[in-house]
Write a protein that binds this ligand. Structure first.
Ligand code: ATP
Length: 137
């Protein structure tokens, strides 16, 4: 498919970077299919990141991801998943390339500004976590 899922994470929303990040996303050729502002409970954040439940950072990740508002979005572009991961840069902002969203806006390995799906299959699972089919345009 040509869809991917992203969310602007609490550090970037709180820091006032929502508009700048959306601008970079649109300038890179992605079309916004769905968007909203919401906040996760720790339980729902844990569900979203369930694949990481055995990792040492899981509890911190749940706390962080439920600490403030997030902006989840579904994005459309040819080769969306791979191209979006390129646009956001490495998980650790210290290793992210110049010009990437994480290089520009991430504060740390955990507070790294944005999420990006890692496969077409996960993009659909994650999109469905936040949006009904009738909320996609
Ligand atoms: P995402 O899935 O959010 O796009 P990613 O695929 O780059 O990020 P993952 O390895 O899937 O990274 O980790 C998910 C999230 O967990 C990271 O984006 C980050 O917020 C947090 N995280 C990952 N590794 C660490 C770590 N070593 N310490 C603290 N937080 C971490």
């Amino acid at each position: 498919t040509n869809l991917t899922f992203t969310m602007i994470k609490p550090d970037a929303v709180e820091g006032g970077h929502t508009g700048a990040i959306i601008k970079l996303i649109e300038e890179a050729g992605f079309r916004i299919v769905a968007i909203k502002k919401t906040q996760l409970t720790p339980e729902r954040a844990g569900q979203f990141y369930a694949v990481h439940r055995e990792r040492p950072f899981y509890n911190d990740l749940r706390t962080y991801m439920s600490s403030g508002a997030i902006v989840p979005m579904i994005l459309e572009k040819e080769n969306a998943v791979a191209d979006f991961r390129k646009l956001i840069g490495a998980t650790n902002p210290a290793q992210a390339e110049e010009g990437t969203i994480r290089k520009l806006y991430a504060k740390s390995m955990q507070e790294n500004a944005v999420h990006g799906s890692d496969s077409d299959e996960n993009a659909e699972i994650e999109a469905s976590f936040f949006f009904a089919t009738t909320d996609r345009y």
